[in-house]
Design a protein around this ligand. Structure first.
Ligand code: FES
Length: 161
């Protein structure tokens, strides 16, 4: 099956799960992002048609929330907290280190599609700063050595899969 038709098929299944309910647009987009790790263009088109919502409105919602991405993202999403508490505890140095380790800047994805890097505001764990959230896992009091360790582990895991 081609990638495009696979995307369309999966999106139709997601819309069906939400019974084609127009008011479920955000929930549908969340499920699409969970399935593909971003919101593919074809998926947005299918969603608009299936829910009877203009594509412009679908894009409006998809671009309004930071949690949604219109660009393909890596298997692991690395978020560096740049909130005040983390900033005073060296978040900038952690960002530099992460950029050098992954060879990408925030907003970018590694060539092997394993990692995407983002900076975010306070993630609500200030006492643990500097904080890095990878996928859903929080890492507190992150140091240069810890960056190597965490990313090294994920890379190893990636090679095994
Ligand atoms: S500032 Fe980083 S968790 Fe609050």
């Amino acid at each position: 099956m081609s990638k495009v038709s696979d995307t369309k098929l999966k999106t139709k299944q997601i819309v069906k799960k939400h019974r084609g309910d127009k008011s479920a647009l955000i929930a549908v987009l969340q499920d699409i992002q969970e399935a593909f790790n971003y919101l593919p263009k074809d998926a947005l088109t299918v969603t608009g048609k299936a829910l009877g919502i203009p594509i412009s409105r679908v894009y409006e919602v998809a671009t309004f929330y930071n949690a949604f991405s219109l660009k393909p993202r890596g298997e692991h999403i690395v978020k560096i907290c740049m909130g005040t508490a983390c900033h005073v505890r060296g978040a900038s140095a952690i960002q530099d280190k992460m950029e050098r380790t992954l060879c990408i800047k925030p907003g970018e994805t590694t060539a092997d599609k394993k990692f995407s890097l983002e900076t975010v505001n306070c993630v609500g764990a200030c006492a643990l700063g500097p904080v890095v959230v990878i996928d859903t896992e929080y890492h507190g009091q992150v140091t240069m050595a810890k960056v190597d360790k965490i990313i090294g582990k994920l890379k190893e895991g990636a090679q095994q899969s």
